[in-house]
Design a protein around this ligand. Structure first.
Ligand code: FAD
Length: 333
């Protein structure tokens, strides 16, 4: 990913699209077609495949990653969590990723699993949860130690602070910062953020990181996470789970149309396009290409409108233009 970013013109934009593994074979088949359509139409720099905490989606995440990387030839970033996971499962995920040609891992802590997903360590000692993986930094160090520079490693960051029971005084960027510095210096190649709607909070976050005296964030790609607004209920639920604030000015625009699903989607696209423009302004302070990450929730329409209207689709190269002209000239009228 960082090689691809470095090869882009300094004034360009790029984006990634995140997908989660469906539960059924039919879901996989539908998502494969959708991914293919979206990749051709939108040209993401890379795609992300999520990982269920505790390894709950391990097989399905790898299956989806294989479709992305191998079948659709998309640069793929596999998410991997480390808490409540056995070392065997972490090793297998990394080896499987390697075998599929995947070079990018988003190294995460994850959250404790629900009771139904909890593995009993007594069942098989090899499957016992490895207590040495407490934080994401432990996974970053482990990947570096065992795989050197083979993987480009991303880590999570939280513009409004990470909400966690381990710091009951509340979420804050100040609390996370020393740990984010350590996690980055341990070998992270890029940062990817939690979703947000508050561009002032993002502005403070990016400025704080870029100016941090450690120098850890001076040039590292910081990729802001954005979630298209699919429905009034969904956005209420997601922001509650992610602890992202919705500024009053945005909430009142959604409240005004909340009884009409189509209007919510359309106002949602307007809101996201405005956020992209503000983030482009914020990012223009730092030289280099400007990246965006979209939490698609496996949906196609809203994210496609936002990317198109925000002018994020990269121009095709002259060789590709020639190929398209060649193909279209052969299509009968
Ligand atoms: P860490 O970096 O380990 O931080 C967790 C908390 O611990 C923070 O509050 C931090 O301040 C604190 N902390 C860190 N180090 C220390 C220390 N040494 N001492 C005390 N406190 C410390 N979850 C999934 O299950 N699957 C996914 O696919 C997934 N994808 C994600 C993608 C993105 C872009 C983001 C932002 C999150 C994603 N998550 C995913 C959610 C993530 O797993 C949770 O937010 C999790 O609670 C924290 O993970 P982390 O990697 O940020 O943890």
């Amino acid at each position: 990913i960082t090689d691809k970013i470095a090869a882009l013109p300094a004034d360009s934009n790029y984006f990634s699209l995140e997908f989660f593994p469906p539960k059924t074979a039919m879901g996989f088949s539908n998502l494969r077609d959708r991914l293919d359509r979206m990749a051709r139409a939108l040209r993401p720099l890379f795609v992300n495949v999520t990982w269920g905490a505790g390894g709950s989606t391990a097989t399905k995440s790898l299956e989806l990653a294989e479709i992305c990387q191998r079948e659709l030839n998309l640069t793929t970033c596999l998410h991997l969590t480390c808490t409540n996971m056995s070392r065997k499962l972490i090793d297998r995920a990394l080896e499987d990723a390697k075998a599929l040609g995947i070079r990018n891992i988003l190294a995460l802590r994850g959250d404790p699993p629900r009771a139904a997903e909890y593995q009993d360590p007594n069942e098989n000692p090899e499957d016992a949860i490895d207590e040495t993986f407490t934080y994401a930094i432990d996974l970053v160090r482990y990947i570096k130690k065992n795989h050197g520079d083979y993987f480009c490693i991303g880590v999570a960051a939280y513009p409004e602070g990470h909400a966690d029971e381990s710091h009951p005084q509340g979420q804050s960027l100040e609390h996370d910062l020393p740990y984010l510095v350590d996690k980055t210096l341990a070998g992270a190649d890029f940062l990817m953020t939690q979703l947000f709607f508050d561009t002032d909070a993002y502005d403070t976050f990016e400025r704080t990181l870029r100016e941090h005296p450690s120098g850890a964030f001076k040039t590292i790609p910081i990729i802001p996470g954005l979630m298209p607004i699919q429905s009034y209920q969904m956005i209420k639920r997601t922001t509650k789970l992610s602890h992202a604030k919705i500024p009053d000015a945005i909430m009142s625009r959604l409240d005004a149309v909340k009884m009409d699903d189509e209007k919510v989607k359309s106002v949602g696209v307007d809101i996201l396009c405005e956020i992209v423009e503000k983030v482009k302004e914020i990012k223009s302070r730092t030289p280099g290409p400007k990246g965006f990450h979209f939490y698609t929730l496996n949906l196609e329409k809203a994210v496609s409108f936002i990317i198109e209207r925000s002018d994020l689709i990269p121009l095709s190269t002259p060789i590709e233009e020639e190929a398209i002209e060649d193909i279209t000239s052969k299509i009968p009228a």
